[in-house]
Design a protein. Structure first.
Length: 362
């Protein structure tokens, strides 16, 4: 190997000698790559999947491919699907896939050259949840490219079981008072986690169209939920007339008051609204974030790792060099250098969102 570069150019790119690998293309990109790796189906990682597959070979899990094709209603042309703990050999290098624990179908990739091994985590979650198994720990990695969405000391999540209990207690309290409860989270990931969690206390809940779409895929791939109906159905409407729970994508709640949410969702009265987001773990900013979200409650339920989990992951992997991407990339790189004594730097992404900007944009 003579040269190695990592940079942004219509997506995150790794260039090793004359080979260019594009990681998680966010949007349609005109330039081709020798290989495109897509870690999971969230829009900010798979937005360029279909377009990239017209020009380059794309590798992803079967679930990610199927979700992208269903959402875009287009076929991905040039794709090789890969399973967890399996390898594809490309001659000059090979690609090995590991579970990322983030959402269904999410993978990390180990790219192995004869004299250099890289790992790209994509988004990772490092604890077991009721719907996902925690991310695997890659071995023998020289260069680790790790997400840093919550890579600041502000973000330390409580144990999953505590978060689950507080969500269930709050929902039960509201439902017993005859309130309608609206719970928001990403449609892919938290939508299924919340649906599965609510089985503990409710026989049936209503879900929005998008959550319904992902729940059906989840049931085919993982395990059966059977406790949800579409909000738009007559059963769904009846369910939330006198008090009940609706799970919706939290992005659909943005810029809305509980009053306008009740009108948008066709509810009979103003609901109690809670959003599940890792941002809620920033205790010093909890009330500012809650006000910005304009909701009754926030829960720090996230499909990402918090800062301490990210640091112990890096410590276990023990690479020679770390690149941080997304969110608090500069901060996490500094913490890795200071606390672990491992060389780390960020790959600057002009589109990353700081907490202040995120709150302002709501
Ligand atoms: Zn994601």
């Amino acid at each position: 190997m003579k040269s190695f570069r990592i940079y942004y150019s219509r997506g995150l790119r790794v260039k090793i000698d004359d080979i260019t690998i594009l990681l998680d293309p966010k949007s349609s990109t005109a330039s081709r790559a020798d290989l495109v790796l897509v870690t999971h189906a969230h829009q900010d990682h798979a937005g360029g999947y279909i377009f990239s597959s017209l020009r380059s070979l794309v590798v992803s899990s079967k679930i990610t491919k199927s979700i992208v094709e269903k959402i875009t209603r287009r076929r991905a042309l040039n794709v090789k699907t890969i399973q967890e703990n399996k390898q594809i050999d490309f001659g000059k290098f090979s690609v090995y896939a590991l579970n990322a624990g983030h959402v269904m179908g999410s993978l990390q990739y180990i790219i192995e050259f004869p004299d250099l091994t890289l790992c790209y985590t994509g988004d990772i979650n490092l604890v077991d949840t009721i719907t996902e198994k925690r991310a695997s720990i890659p071995e023998g990695v020289d260069v680790l490219i790790i997400e840093s969405t919550y890579g600041s000391e502000d973000f330390v999540f409580p144990p999953r079981s505590e978060i689950y209990s507080s969500i269930l207690e709050w929902v039960e309290y509201q439902v017993n008072r005859g309130e309608i409860v609206v719970l928001g989270g990403y449609a892919l990931g938290k939508g299924q986690e919340l649906t599965a969690l609510l089985k503990e206390i409710l026989d049936k809940i209503a879900v929005s169209r998008k959550v319904f779409f992902y729940n059906r895929i989840f049931e085919k791939e993982r395990f059966s939920l059977e406790n949800y109906v579409p909000l738009e159905s007559s059963e769904g409407r009846k369910l939330v007339q006198s008090g009940g729970v609706v799970v919706v994508p939290h992005l659909e709640l943005r810029k809305h008051t509980p009053y306008t949410i009740s009108r948008r969702l066709g509810l009979s009265k103003v609901p109690k609204v809670a959003v599940c987001t890792g941002w809620a773990a920033a205790s010093s900013r909890f009330y500012a974030i809650k006000r910005a979200f304009n909701v009754d409650m926030l829960f720090p339920l996230s499909s990402h790792a918090d800062v301490e989990q990210l640091l112990s992951f890096v410590d276990e992997v023990r690479p020679r060099l770390v690149y941080t991407v997304h969110g608090f990339s500069r901060r996490l790189a500094k913490l890795i250098r200071q606390r672990l004594g491992i060389k780390a730097r960020r790959v600057f992404d002009a589109r990353q969102q700081t907490l202040t900007r995120y709150v302002k944009n709501l």
